[in-house]
Design a protein around this ligand. Structure first.
Ligand SMILES: Nc1ncnc2c1ncn2[C@@H]1O[C@H](COP(=O)(O)OP(=O)(O)OP(=O)(O)O)[C@@H](O)[C@H]1O
Ligand SMILES: [Mg+2]
Length: 496
């Protein structure tokens, strides 16, 4: 009897102990939810730390001074957009920014908000916070350093350390990158510095301002010889997929393109097509607004990966020969009017960017920061450029944009008029062999001007224009011939 009551008592105490254990684990589970969850987290976290210590990881917006927003910060920010918008995340203050698509907004957590996240059954917590800048303003100093420093802090239990550091954080970065790609709006940047807070939350002087890039031109609508077009597209593909190749041969992942040819042959159009093809941003540098080589370097550092950095009309932008240019008469430069030239001269005086500054910008040490950047120069006068500027290695691929050939014309006729053959095509072909017309002029002639215009009228207009150009050329040749004959006669007379 005594034995059975002792067994009964021990069974009872076993049940009670198990009940206590279950209760404790329930309380702990709830504590964990509170700990990482919503409102009471800070206080509860302190309490919980006594039982099971927690660790934190801080991800700063700018590491190594204030030069470049950290990739990890941007990825975490993008990742947390999803967690923040989730009703279970408990975030009450969200920040909204425009996203891809007319009415879309990207929401992210506001300052001092916390959000919980669950990974493989483990709960962690993220907190966004910011700190005022140090007195001296950090790396950039002065007005640049006025921005608050922003951070994300991740809390997790020490026992989850391996899982969080080894698997969760890499997962967050991967997912964040995917969100960034999905929400990415392509941008066209210009180096007009502006003060204010931009998409990345920067407050201060920015070297770049931007608009959303929405140029409709693609390689499908760019007229040029098919073989040449394919060669360029293959080159771009090789560049885009060349990360390992560039790493293997020890070259920074960048490529220079020089587009040269007369006005209206499609150089700017080609840049738009390249950006659309690669899905890259465009940074359009107005060199005359860059005050010094140091500013040029800052401008470069602030460009992001997957971008095309463009300097148009490089020969007109600056004196890049290394010597000071003598003042020229306006008539020397056929393309520019007197007023324009005066303006240019003034701009040049305000800018101290030198040839060596530009060379450094293209392939100096700083140019290797980041990767996946294409640099494009355009010019109407390739012969005016310093050979050092366009040697292979700096401008790796030279592309001549030429006058409209018959193949390019047929391409434009198909796009603009929807015709692949026409009885006027033969006339156009023989005239194109005799006169030089730009794709821009051909496009203009093939554009219907009124409701009554169709393929017949547009092609007839083009033929008329080509004939007019041919007559003008013949007249110019005649006048040139007469002038030469008169000069020769003058010479003869003087000799006699
Ligand atoms: N190869 C082309 N295919 C289709 N359209 C073209 C082509 N070249 C020019 N165009 C048309 O002509 C117009 C002018 O072209 P674009 O501005 O690209 O010339 P550009 O070579 O950059 O001239 P510039 O040297 O004066 O800057 C564009 O609106 C474009 O639509
Ligand atoms: Mg152009």
């Amino acid at each position: 009897m005594e034995e059975s009551s002792a067994a009964w008592a021990s069974l009872n105490s076993g049940v009670v102990l198990s009940l206590i254990a279950v209760l404790c684990s329930m309380v702990w589970k709830n504590l964990e939810v509170l700990f990482f969850g919503r409102r009471f987290n800070r206080q509860v976290r302190r309490l919980a730390a006594m039982v099971d210590p927690y660790l934190t990881v801080i991800i700063a917006e700018y590491d190594g001074g204030r030069m470049k927003q950290s990739d990890a910060y941007k990825e975490v920010q993008a990742y947390l957009q999803r967690a923040s918008c989730d009703a279970g995340g408990g975030v009450r203050h969200l920040k909204a920014e425009p996203a891809k698509g007319a009415d879309a907004l990207v929401l992210s957590m506001g300052d001092n908000e916390e959000v919980a996240d669950v990974f493989r059954g483990v709960t962690v917590s993220w907190q966004a916070y910011s700190k005022p800048p140090p007195e001296n303003g950090g790396y950039w100093g002065g007005r640049h350093g006025r921005a608050d420093r922003r951070f994300y802090r991740l809390f997790f239990l020490e026992r989850e350390r391996d899982l969080v550091l080894g698997e969760y954080l890499p997962y967050v970065r991967r997912e964040g990158r995917a969100v960034m790609v999905k929400n990415r709006q392509r941008k066209l940047f210009t180096n007009l510095s502006a003060e204010g807070r931009d998409d990345d939350g920067w407050w201060g002087i920015r070297m770049w301002s931007h608009v959303v890039f929405e140029h409709p031109k693609t390689f499908e609508t760019l007229a040029m010889k098919p073989a040449k077009k394919k060669e360029i597209m293959d080159d771009l593909d090789a560049f885009r997929n060349g990360k390992e190749y560039y790493a293997r041969v020890g070259k920074p992942w960048k490529r220079g393109y020089l587009l040269y040819g007369p006005p209206g042959t499609g150089k700017s159009t080609m840049i738009a097509a390249m950006a659309n093809y690669l899905d890259y941003d465009i940074y359009d540098i107005e060199l005359t607004s860059v005050r010094s080589n140091t500013d040029l370097r800052k401008i470069f550092i602030e460009t992001t990966n997957k971008s095309i950095i463009v300097i148009e009309d490089i020969d007109c932008s600056l004196d890049l020969t290394g010597k000071r240019k003598k003042k020229k008469k306006a008539k020397d430069d056929g393309d520019k009017k007197d007023g324009d030239q005066e303006e240019e001269e003034k701009d040049k005086e305000g800018s101290k960017v030198t040839l060596s500054g530009v060379l450094n910008f293209i392939d100096g040490l700083w140019s290797a920061c980041g990767g996946e950047r294409i640099i494009v120069f355009t010019t109407n006068h390739v012969d005016k450029l310093d050979p050092a500027l366009i040697r292979r290695g700096r401008m790796d691929k030279h592309i001549e944009m030429s006058y409209c050939c018959f193949e390019a014309f047929k391409f434009l006729a198909k796009i603009y008029l929807g015709v692949e053959s026409h009885h006027l095509f033969d006339d156009v072909e023989s005239l194109l062999g005799e006169v030089e017309i730009t794709p821009a002029d051909v496009s203009e002639n093939l554009t219907p001007k009124s409701d009554g215009d169709n393929a017949d009228t547009c092609l007839a207009d083009l033929v008329k224009e080509l004939k007019r150009m041919k007559a003008e050329k013949a007249q110019a040749a005649l006048a040139g011939g007469k002038e030469a004959a008169a000069a020769a006669a003058d010479n003869d007379e003087q000799e006699e």
